[in-house]
Design a protein around this ligand. Sequence first.
Ligand code: ADP
Ligand code: GLC
Length: 484
Amino acid sequence: MRKLKIVMTASEMAPFAKTGGLADVVGSLPEALAGRGHEVSVIMPKYASIHTDMELFHSPMGVWMGSKQEWCAVYRKKIRGIYVYFIEHNQFFNRDGIYHDNYMNDFADNPMRFAFLSRAAMQLCIDKNYSPDIFHAHDWQTALLNAYLYIWDIKNTSIENAHSVLTIHNMAYQGTYSKENVNYMGIGWNNFTFDKFEDHDRVNMLKGGISFAEAVNTVSPTYAEEVISGQGYGLDSTLRSKGSRFGGILNGADYTIWNPETDNLIRANYTKDNMSGKWICKSHLQDRFGLERNYTFPIFGIISRFTYQKGYNLISQIIEKLLSETSIQIAVLGSGDKDIEEYFSYLTRKYQGKFCCHIGFSEELAHVVEAGSDFFLMPSLFEPCGLNQIYSLKYGTLPIVRNTGGLSDTVENCDVERKSGTGFKFYDFTPEALYGTILWVLSVYYKRPDLMDILRYKAMSQDFSWGRSAERYEQMYKMVLGIS
Ligand code: ADP
Ligand code: GLC
């Protein structure tokens, strides 16, 4: 097929700015698409936390927001063959934090910041006379781009023939703000209607983006089903109205970063045929997290944002019972909700040697936990895709997941009789179900080392590399372009 010009817009991209899986996807999908012969670039903010060298590409750039013109500069850098363009706007992006301050308070001007980002991405293409075939927006932060393409007058500009798609990584975040933002956003009061942007008299950026986008996807087939059948956070019918222009495309894993054979952030490398390095990684994890250096105790790893999505209210109801009644060790890496942070700090003091939580964001420790743990705990209430369970499989760290969204699509439940599976699943979102599953896991761990070996081997043989998913994205682009 012909080479497509694809411009992605996003608020995060690894390794430049990351709070979660969105950054991993935007950090890897462009390269996978480029590998299929396409020209892909990414446009994102130049946050204060980004210190990498980059070249000035375009300055000054004027961007009309409603009746106000914003001025910014654009820098660029090539990484893994992909040009990344950084929008510099000091008032909007040169501050600590991506979405919120250190106390987790969302920045009040988020609707303006990200509406501006979307508009700036279009302006950059126009100013540079670049004609993308596809604008690919991610999440509410850049969803407005899908609408701007049809609302703003782009006739006789380089982008007049561009098409738009939108990937939704999480329906729980929709960017819903006071309708006072409509003027600055420049979306027009005529579009402040229930079928487009209006949501209980507020402006819903994701909803508007979905309404205007030519195709929309979310990040796993099961989550795509869930969000049109009651779990779409109020947007089920908006998504349903897209018909066959809405679906699920499973995320991939970037095995150049997440692979125990080559990972240089872990103490020893290993493969599914020679696991000796994993046991070195296990001891290393115990040392790094101050856990008792005992090879026989199973370590359960957790890495995540501390939000209700990830099932912390289940964990907190059983964790002390587990820690006091079993020989389990738990290593947690994460940050977010202050109550959860405080509770885990308390547990770290109370159960020294058995439980340890590192509060903060550390790429290195994430790899240390993935490699050194025996099991990875992800009891999510909902999970659009989830990447850590996919990484865990490759590290032979068996995921324990609730059967929801992408967790359902990526983990195969252990079947003791048939000696098959890649992890452990539970279904009901109850502390009893989670507790019972962990007891089951412990019995397999202690009594069936043969089965543990089989499960690890099968988990490490799974292939979730980006190739297949990139092909699905290509099909979505072709659909909106009307080409085969
Ligand atoms: P979500 O996007 O909902 O947070 P995912 O499982 O899709 O969940 O992706 C989370 C990504 O963020 C993974 O790459 C994970 O390793 C990383 N991550 C989350 N919390 C931390 C942390 N505290 N330190 C380092 N990496 C983290
Ligand atoms: C979101 C979801 C997560 C998904 C990630 C990347 O943050 O919560 O499940 O893996 O986006 O798509």
